[in-house]
Design a protein around this ligand. Structure first.
Ligand code: ATP
Length: 245
């Protein structure tokens, strides 16, 4: 697949933390408009890959292309085309939902009525518009995550990166958030990379990349869901200890 036909292309990417090899010749491509589940247990290298995709640090080898833009050579357009939700929440708890949205809009250079229109539309997309006046501290974990996703969508990205966005949420809230992001991809054509260590967050029709100990062990259409996917993961990795739940 060429970078033109893909929402996200990762080609031959390697990275070390000191002597520790975190990513080893990682390659995969997320088709435009697809949800790609990046499935791997703790330490697989998912967060390292997100750091590289968002330009926080550079790969030793390889290329990362977001919506047709190479993050190393065209950092600004690549980031302009990308929304990111990191594993650690980055909301200001003492500001309202609305103020958090406008603050972030400002970081993207959005101002005035344009910023307000985009903030309102993004909150509506995530069914968060009625909470605009509430302080973030008063929101539950699921609503905080939805706010972070709404915030990541304000600049109309073509690509959405989510690094284990359900960490700390209970099972029903995880399921609701997973469904909501899938609906978003279906309705808007945005390409989604969803990192998780939980097989129950992978849905039929997802593109699936299994990452294990820094290597891609398989890539393609999701072959199964639920317990059958856990069995598939064990068969691919041959690892009984690092199985995702
Ligand atoms: N800042 C760092 N300094 C040193 N080693 C690191 C650093 N970040 C990650 N590593 C190591 O790189 C490897 C991959 O870690 P990474 O956090 O990318 O995996 P992960 O799949 O995101 O796991 P988790 O779900 O636990 O975040 C691990 O062995 C980890 O210990």
């Amino acid at each position: 697949m060429t970078s033109d036909s893909a929402g996200i292309t990762v080609q031959g990417v390697s990275y070390h933390w000191g002597a520790k090899r975190a990513l080893d010749q990682v390659s995969f491509a997320v088709p435009r408009g697809a949800v790609c589940a990046l499935l791997g247990p703790n330490g697989a290298g998912k967060s390292t890959l997100f750091g590289l995709l968002t330009g926080l640090f550079r790969p030793e080898a390889g290329q990362l292309v977001l919506a047709g833009h190479d993050i190393a050579r065209a950092t600004r357009p690549a980031l302009a085309a990308t929304g990111v939700v990191f594993q650690q929440p980055t909301l200001d708890l003492d500001l309202s939902v609305w103020r958090n949205m406008l603050y972030f809009a400002g970081l993207h250079g959005l101002r005035g009525q344009d910023a307000r229109d985009r903030a309102g539309a993004a909150l509506t997309r995530l069914s968060m518009q009625e909470r605009a006046g509430e302080k973030v501290r008063a929101l539950n974990g699921g609503h905080r995550r939805r706010l972070e996703i709404a915030r990541a969508l304000m600049h109309d990205p073509q690509v959405l990166l989510l690094d284990e966005p359900t960490v700390g949420l209970d099972a029903p809230t995880r399921a609701a958030l997973t469904d909501q992001v899938h609906a978003l991809a279906r309705d808007s054509g945005i390409s989604v990379l969803w990192a998780t260590h939980l097989t129950d967050e992978v849905q039929a029709g997802d593109h699936l990349v299994i990452l294990h100990q820094g290597r891609v062990l398989s890539e393609g259409p999701t072959p199964a869901v639920g317990p059958a996917l856990t069995d598939h993961f064990l068969a691919v990795t041959g690892d009984q200890t690092g199985a995702p739940a």
